[in-house]
Design a protein around this ligand. Structure first.
Ligand SMILES: [Zn+2]
Length: 396
């Protein structure tokens, strides 16, 4: 059966490449992707699916009912692009100032392919497949919007498993994943230190917040190694400093901004409070006070151990074990698919997709204007998604 699935997917390849290139040519941003949504609805046309369009965003939710009753499996594609001007060169390059530089055009086309493959096999399916076409992954939390609109209740039963495949650079056709944390959580830290302003010539009669912020910016790295295990890494980059208007004026306040990444729920939960205690102490040492605001943007994306073992075995059967790699560490990017995996056990996988003409070791990465994805991977990507759903519903 895997051979038939791969052969059927190969037959779909020209259609999937055409869809991917059409999406690539007109990338849209954020939660409002009307053209992309219309293209997905058109591409699903003719299939016996229950299609629902989002109200709070331009999502597409489609349900395929299997021939026999059973549980639900969720498959997800994100559909939005980035505000990056695409360099000219590709015949289907975007010209509207946006770019599918994260491969979401491939995700979308591959999920359409999976819907077609599964539709052709629906009589054999013991259960339903829920297709999640999501806008707003790039910082807009589209997954949360779809969950709030009742995504997981669409078929009548909460999905028993959820899968997503993300294209990235690297040797074409190789899948990689791991059980446990696969992507970091990310958050934004803002610290404001308040002192008492004054004349630059008389710091002793003021409370200068600038040395306090300077001390904090460096000392935060030390705090991380003292408060978090080295085996539970936290990455904190101070990326903004705010202070002062004139060299002869001590300002009332100063501040910093930092980007934070972590790979455990514990670090995610403790980070804001640890920084608050530490910043309070440093501010107090300078006669100042600190205000700390830590906002988690996307939580850690955690792969379920059993679902991931299943996914690795299923894709090894489909494509050969040499094409499925278990990676030792998480990747420090972030994803709102974490929202789905917080409620449904499942697996997030990478599909390495650099063209053969590019050295995978030095290939441009996602979000670079120079990143290239070979859409020849779309047949196997669609087959992989379909096989993950079918094998899960078949309980093997
Ligand atoms: Zn992405």
């Amino acid at each position: 059966m895997p051979q038939t699935l791969l052969a059927d997917a190969a037959n779909l390849l020209p259609d999937l490449v055409a869809l991917r290139r059409a999406l690539h040519h007109e990338p849209e941003l954020g939660l409002e992707l009307p053209k992309t949504q219309a293209a997905v609805v058109a591409a699903l046309g003719g299939l016996d699916l229950e299609v629902t369009l989002g109200e709070a965003c331009t999502s597409v939710v489609a349900v395929l009912r299997g021939g026999r009753p059973g549980p639900t499996v969720l498959l997800r594609a994100d559909m939005d692009a980035l505000p990056i001007a695409e360099p000219a060169g590709l015949e289907y390059a975007a010209t509207n100032g946006n770019m599918h530089a994260c491969g979401h055009d491939l995700h979308t086309a591959a999920l359409v392919g999976a819907a077609r493959l599964l539709h052709a096999r629906r009589a054999e399916l013991a259960g339903d497949v829920l297709f999640m076409f999501q806008p707003g992954e790039e910082g807009y939390d589209g997954a949360a919007v779809m969950l709030a609109e009742g995504l997981l209740e669409t078929t009548g039963t909460t999905p028993i498993a959820a899968f997503a495949i993300h294209n990235g650079p690297g040797e074409r056709g190789v899948f990689s994943t791991r059980p446990g944390p696969i992507l970091a959580g990310n958050g934004r830290l803002q610290v404001t230190i308040r002192g008492a302003g004054g004349h630059g010539s008389q710091p002793h009669s003021a409370r200068n917040p600038v040395p306090a912020v300077a001390a904090l910016a460096g000392a935060l790295q030390t705090m991380l190694t003292q408060r978090f295990s080295v085996f539970d890494p936290v990455v904190l980059s101070v990326t903004q400093l705010f202070a002062g208007e004139a060299v002869n004026v001590i300002p009332e306040s100063a501040g910093l901004g930092a980007s934070v990444r972590m790979v455990s729920a514990d670090a995610q939960a403790r980070l804001g409070e640890e920084v608050r205690v530490f910043a309070d102490g440093i501010a107090a040492a300078h006669g100042c006070t600190a205000e700390v605001d830590f906002t988690l943007q996307y939580p850690v994306t955690v792969n379920d151990a059993a679902a991931t073992k299943h996914a690795i075995a299923a894709l090894s059967t489909l494509l050969g074990a040499e094409r499925v790699i278990e990676i030792p560490t998480p990747v420090m990017g972030s994803e709102d698919f974490s929202r789905v995996l917080a409620q449904v056990p499942g697996t997030y996988l990478f599909l390495h997709s650099s063209p053969n003409s590019v050295n995978p070791a030095t290939a441009a990465v996602n979000h670079s204007p120079h990143v290239l994805f070979d859409d020849a991977v779309l047949a196997d990507q669609a087959a992989a998604l379909a096989h993950l759903a079918m094998s899960t519903l078949a309980g093997r």
